[in-house]
Design a protein. Sequence first.
Length: 159
Amino acid sequence: MQDRRDFMRQYETYLTAINAPQTQWVGAFAMPVGACIESKTKRMVARYEFNLAPHLVGEEQWIEYFKQANAPSHVDYDSVDEAMKKLRMKTTWPEPESRMMSLQADLETILDQFNLTELAFEHEQRRIAKYLANALAPPSFKSVIVDQADAPREQKVQE
């Protein structure tokens, strides 16, 4: 499935680059997904996944085939938690913004390895906050952030 996700990311990047200069008067031609697949791979997938000849597989079928790879399968949070233990803030960067962007990029890379990025940001915000807090450095900075995160919040009373 990782190869399909990689292919779709590359195709989406290509499509964004092609569509950027388009105007209402002038448009660039974007190659269809089916035309971007290496011929041997295209024949194998058409035969074994669709049971069709490659020329009979439609563009929408190709798009759907590759998008299936983005649907998360079984989520093993123990493996994700173990991988997140390696997540560390790089204190060699001089600016705080650079440190945080690098940390966030590393977090997304790990989530991408488990195909959980969208799912985690939709349903696991506390888990993500915990991963980020555990990765903070130096320790004095980390303790201040963790203490503030654990501090009780004032609850607004609804009337």
